[in-house]
Design a protein around this ligand. Sequence first.
Ligand code: IPE
Ligand code: MG
Length: 140
Amino acid sequence: MDGNGRWAKERGKRRFFGHLEGVKVVKKIVKSIMMLNVKYLTLFTFSKENWQRPKAEVNMLMNLFISTIKENQNHFLKNEIKINVIGSIADLPENCQIALTQMIDATKHNTRLTLTLALSYSARLEILEAVNKILALKKT
Ligand code: IPE
Ligand code: MG
């Protein structure tokens, strides 16, 4: 996801308004792809670099993740959506980790769409981890 802040600024609004609008767009995308029978969607939501943003924005985003996830529990269950998370989950605030773990567990048997959220993700870290896995394979 990208451009939420700029989208809001262009309309003379504050960045957080753009993030709220971003959630609405995600909901539309999920609805559309499900009609097309897409089975997997990964949303690159919050990168490791994003931690450098002002504290107020980071807090707002963390609270938005929690509230969006909780508000949509019934929707996930009714529409057979499985929630999955990639990235360094341990970096997230505890209440965020709890909400995510709870939702991952509640939706684990769903198979219609796997919705993966990349949180505290890092392309560099992913490459590093992949290379380390290959190196570990070579040693054995
Ligand atoms: C994407 O929009 C949302 C997150 C990173 C969570 P941005 O916040 O990157 O918006 P711009 O790119 O600054 O406009
Ligand atoms: Mg951006």
